[in-house]
Ligand binder design. Structure first.
Ligand code: NAD
Length: 444
């Protein structure tokens, strides 16, 4: 099948590459000239495990091409995926300007029947807006070319995106036209061969499914973080409580890890957007409204612990930060907890040394660029030299079993703040390391 993927970010590049891997002819489009030039030269703009090899291989075979011209991509496309960003607007709702700009361009450039797919996460009713926008653009050209708009929200996780796309738990497609639904079934058939995981529904239900899924996952995290704060205040250990409740099949172990807050490009903005959708329809979403509020506070939990230990004035103190990305196996720093933590520590006069396996360039050039005083180190132990404490923010695998003797040697004082509960308190206690984690009271 000939496919155009518009927006070559985390979702667009992974989807386009995986469709090409299955033998389709894919053209990825982006307005970012630099990004497209780099991709043509085989330079991958993001870090995602396994992606580089697949992009290079399919590009070499000619199944995966890159362009800045949507018109060129539409020449042969049977299906066009819209995979541009839908960031949080000023009032919290999803900003649809990029989606609608693409819709307009599609209307201006298409010259035969096309299935237009909303893959971006968009509020309920957006498919109708996309349809109207394409119709208006066609009308301005004086043409009437048939098309269908379908919703196909994406559920991949950064860090395991290829796996999620190639072997999805489910493929959700919302369409009102049988012709378009058939096309989507055909396209996704190779990805759901072992058993049928294609879930067909109406467009609005598909749009809503994505928000409901993200809000449910974010709710589990915020719920557990609230429980962890209660554990800490009451002398319970949240690590035991987690295992205790996760063993109940109705609850399950996934997404109930306590921590220093969730980040990323999706949960914060999607929870907020869902809240906004509800309000616009006269519903006050009490649970959903609390999820982000709890998370915002939880991103400061390490700051509270650090100031409780060292005082509000951190002048002359240095902290070694382990992990900057919003989660392991990605260089994505959007809404990362590390940003909140580092800014709060700097504001109190602290010095920061930081290490992350993949996200240091992102931090230096974009997310923490107004703080050139941050020192980025080439390995995790160097970040701890002369520091008052080590602070673990992202649970990269290489932080799981570190050399605690080395940590002790490098630090001024043997103190660890762990935002992801990676270590055993007994082991660190035996070594004389003061260990602060989430949801466990510390007795010094
Ligand atoms: P991204 O910011 O990484 O990529 C978006 C790309 O679109 C950018 O490269 C940008 O230059 C390009 N773009 C903007 N306007 C354009 C236009 N008019 N024409 C062509 N390209 C244009 O975003 P992302 O993380 O890939 O997310 C895309 C969508 O998918 C969002 O709605 C997001 O909520 C959703 N989503 C993201 C994830 C994720 O893990 N990142 C997972 C599921 C769903």
């Amino acid at each position: 099948m000939n496919i155009a993927v518009i927006g070559t970010g985390y979702v667009g590049l992974v989807s386009g590459t995986c469709f090409a891997e299955m033998g389709n002819s894919v053209i990825c489009v982006d307005v970012d000239h630099q990004k497209i030039e780099k991709l043509k030269q085989g330079i991958i703009p993001i870090y995602e495990p396994g992606l580089e090899e697949m992009v290079l291989e399919n590009h070499k075979k000619g199944d995966l091409l890159f362009t800045t011209s949507l018109k060129e991509a539409l020449k042969s496309a049977e299906v066009a995926f819209i995979a541009v960003g839908t960031p949080m607007g000023e009032d919290g709702s999803a900003d649809l300007q990029y989606v609608l700009a693409v819709a307009r361009e599609i209307g201006e450039g298409m010259d035969r029947y096309l299935v237009v797919v909303d893959k971006s996460t968009v509020p309920v009713g957006t498919a109708d807006l996309v349809k109207e926008t394409i119709l208006a653009a066609q009308k301005a050209r004086g043409v009437e070319i048939p098309f269908d708009v379908v919703s196909n929200p994406e559920f991949l996780k950064e860090g395991d995106a290829i796996n999620d796309f190639m072997k999805p738990d489910r493929v959700v497609v919302g369409a009102e036209s049988a012709r378009a639904m058939e096309k989507m079934r055909e396209l996704y058939a190779p990805f759901t061969r072992s058993h049928d995981r294609f879930i067909a529904m109406g467009v609005r239900s598909a749009e809503m499914t994505k928000y409901a899924a993200n809000a449910m996952l974010a709710t589990k995290i915020s719920f557990m973080n609230e429980i962890s704060n209660i554990c800490e205040a009451t002398g319970a250990d949240v690590n035991d409580v987690r295992v205790g409740i996760g063993s109940d099949k109705r609850i399950g172990y996934s997404f109930i890890y306590p921590g220093c807050g969730y980040g990323g490009s999706c949960f914060p903005k999607d929870v907020k957007a869902l809240e906004k959708i509800a309000l616009e329809h006269g519903i006050t979403p009490r649970v959903i409204g609390a999820v982000e509020e709890v998370n915002r506070e939880q991103k400061k939990v390490l700051v509270r612990k650090i100031t409780a230990r060292f005082g509000e004035n951190l002048q002359g103190k240095s902290f070694g930060i382990w992990g900057l990305s919003f989660k392991p196996e990605t260089d994505d720093m959007r809404e990362a907890s590390s940003i909140v933590l580092i800014k709060e520590l700097l504001a109190r006069g602290a010095t920061i040394k930081a290490y992350d396996p993949k996200a240091m360039e992102e931090a230096r050039h974009f997310y923490l660029k107004e703080h050139p005083e941050i020192l980025y180190t080439s390995n995790k132990y160097d970040a701890l030299n002369g520091a008052s404490a080590m602070v673990l923010v992202t649970e990269w695998k290489e932080f799981r079993s570190p050399d605690f003797y080395e940590i002790k040697n490098r630090l001024l004082e043997p103190v660890i703040f762990d935002g992801r509960n990676q270590y055993k308190k007994e082991r660190l206690g035996e070594m004389g390391i003061e260990y602060h984690q989430i949801g466990v009271a510390i007795h010094r």
